[in-house]
Structure formats: C-alpha cells, structure tokens
Design a binder for this molecule. Structure first.
Ligand code: DAS
Length: 356
C-alpha cells in the first residue's frame, strides 16, 4: 500500500512541477529581436581578428542560439529584417524597420523589442524610432564593436543585456534605449564617439543607467519629447524628405551645398566648426538657397556634444535659418527629415529642434 501511495505522491509532485515551470514560462516577458546586420552579426577568419571581419553574416536564430541564458529572462524569438552593414542603411530601411517595430509593439503578446544593428548608424536609427514610434514599451538597440568570432567579443553580453532591459517593466516610458558596454543610453543623446573599442557609445549628457547581470540601475530620465509624447507617427509617414549634410572646415566652398540643392535636398545640415560657424565664403550661397526654399540647419561637428544657439555665430533670424541645438549633424538630419514630413515652416522647424 505504502509503495502505491508513494508512487501517487511522486506523480502528483512531478505534474505540479511541470505545471509551475510551464506557468513560469508563461509568465516570462515576450521579447522579439529584429536583426538588421552589423558587427554583432559579423564573422572573422581568426580569433585575433577583432577589427578585420565581415559584418552582417550571422543569422538572428544563430545569435539567439548562441546565448542559451536568454531563456531564463524572456521568451525570445527573432526576425531577420535586413542583413546589412549599417553604413548602408537608407531612409527606406528606417521606414520599414519603424513600421515593423510599431506593429509588433501593438501586439498584446509582445512586451519589448530588441534591434541588433551595425554601430555606424545605430545612433540615427535609435533617434528616428525615438521620434516616430508611439509606444511606451521598451525598444532597445544593440550592436557590438567586435565580431562574435574574436577574443573578448562584446556582442553576446551586449545582446543579453539588451534583452534583459527590453524585458524589464522599469524600462518602459524612457524612450528608445541603447545598451552597449553595460551602459543604458538614451537613443536621442547617444552617439558613437570612438571606433574599434568596446566603450564606443557615449551620451554628451551622460548615460541613463547601467545594466549589470540582468538588473537595471537608473540615474536619470530623458528630458526631450519622445515615443508616446511625440507629435510624429510612423503610421503616417511613408517617405522621408531628402536632407543632406555638408561638412564645414577651413578653405570651405559652397560646392557641396549647391550640389545638394540641385539634387533636390529639402534641407541641408551644415556640420559646422565650433559653434556651428559658417565660412564667409559659404554664407551668401546659403542665404540664396534659403531664398530658393531650401532649409538651412546649423549644427556643430565638435565631438563630445556641440551646442548651437540662434543668432550667436550667424544672424539666423535675418537669414531664416534653423539651429540644431545639441544634436550632432547626423541626428539633425534625422530630425529635419521627420519634421519636414509634417511642416515646411521654419519657425515650426525651430520649435521642433528645441523640443526633440
Ligand atoms: N560597418 C559597421 C556597421 O555595420 C560594423 C559595426 O560596427 O557594426 O555599422
């Protein structure tokens, strides 16, 4: 009799355990990884190749299979949206990706999205999504500075951290996030400040927090409008107007600006020296281009966070130019393109540059 009771008890316990693990699995957040390519999907010939490798080779399912620990923190599935090096991203890629992110986050069975991305233009995609995806669920971009085949590769832990943040309720409502090198940065502020080294991504105004062993530590919140507080909506944007960037330096000429305008640019970002300064050899052409309907946006190409104010270096009011505030040229391009999808009014454009 005793043996029969023992068997019954064992069967009951095993089924209870199975039930609890299933319910635990059912309780885990659902995170979708959208893969686009880059070094995090890169492969080199040898473990010593930390800089010589091919980007955009490893498929998303292999990235996920390479980190079995993900299963403990979230129910993860992958989609291969693109397989490209991010220096080749186009506006069309941004729109495709943005619409897929928005569609997934509208689903009740998706709690967060991670985007694996090349590091070269990761900051642009992060800012774009921050402006146009009207959802407060976590959107986390992640890349790596070394391919997975290299010694001390950073992609595995970066991706684990990204999924951990995307699965976190406390990551909601903080705008688009970028997790690299244990830091959590704002998709608006962060940019790639150095190449080749793992501590590549920095925000001039500091990180929002850290993620360490699957736990988030927050120190500040974004101050600018984003995601659910944005006036822009990816569902209503089908094309992005052409905006180009011209780099300011010594011995400058107006050739690039004229060529950009002739090719149909609706705005030109002047990546100026210092305070967004414009060479006296270039000012007359920019005044003329503005008169012909092309918007001129003065930004600064100084590295760790320029800050361009109206009427400081140039009479912006008189010329009807816009200033990019603290945005670097590549982020100013993104905001100008998104803003121009909604308004052509230069005063409205300037308001948007102050608020986003
Ligand atoms: N070429 C770079 C890119 O795809 C590789 C990388 O750093 O991710 O952005």
């Amino acid at each position: 009799m005793l043996q029969k009771d023992l068997r019954c008890w064992l069967v009951t316990m095993v089924s209870l355990l199975a039930l609890s693990s299933a319910s635990l699995a059912a309780g885990k957040p659902n995170v979708v990884i959208l893969a686009t390519g880059g070094t995090i999907a890169g492969a080199g010939a040898d473990a010593t190749n930390s800089a010589t490798y091919q980007a955009a080779k490893v498929p998303v399912d292999k990235l996920i299979a390479g980190i079995p620990q993900l299963a403990a923190i979230a129910d993860v599935r992958g989609e291969q949206v693109f397989q490209i090096a991010s220096e080749s991203f186009t506006n069309a890629n941004l729109l495709t990706l943005g619409k897929r992110v928005a569609a997934l986050l509208r689903q009740g069975d998706v709690d967060g999205v991670v985007i694996t991305h090349g590091t070269d233009t990761l900051e642009e995609t992060a800012y774009f999504l921050n402006l146009v995806v009207r959802n407060d669920k976590p959107i986390v971009l992640v890349g790596s500075m070394r391919p997975g085949t290299a010694m001390s590769a950073d992609g595995m832990l970066n991706l684990y951290n990204a999924v951990s943040v995307a699965a976190s309720r406390d990551a909601r409502g903080k705008g688009v996030l970028v997790t690299m090198n244990d830091e959590i940065n704002s998709g608006r502020d962060v940019s790639k400040m150095v190449n080749l080294r793992p501590e590549a991504f920095k925000s001039p105004w500091g990180a929002l927090g850290m993620v360490v062993e699957g736990r988030n530590y927050w120190f500040r919140l974004p101050a600018k409008r984003h995601t659910i507080n944005s006036e822009f909506d990816i569902e209503k944007i089908d094309t992005l107007p052409l905006v180009e960037i011209a780099y300011g330096s010594g011995n400058a000429s107006d050739t690039a600006y004229r060529a950009f305008a002739a090719s149909g640019a609706k705005a030109i970002i002047h990546a100026g020296t210092g305070n967004g300064s414009v060479s006296s050899a270039v000012v007359p052409s920019l005044v003329d281009l503005r008169r012909k309907g092309v918007h001129i946006v003065r930004s600064s190409h100084v590295n760790a966070g320029g800050f361009v104010l109206r009427n400081a270096e140039q009479p912006d009011d008189k010329y009807d130019w816009v200033v990019a505030h603290d945005l670097n040229p590549q982020k100013a391009r993104i905001l100008a393109a998104v803003a121009l999808s909604k308004t052509q009014d230069s005063k409205e454009l300037q308001r948007i540059f102050w608020e986003y």
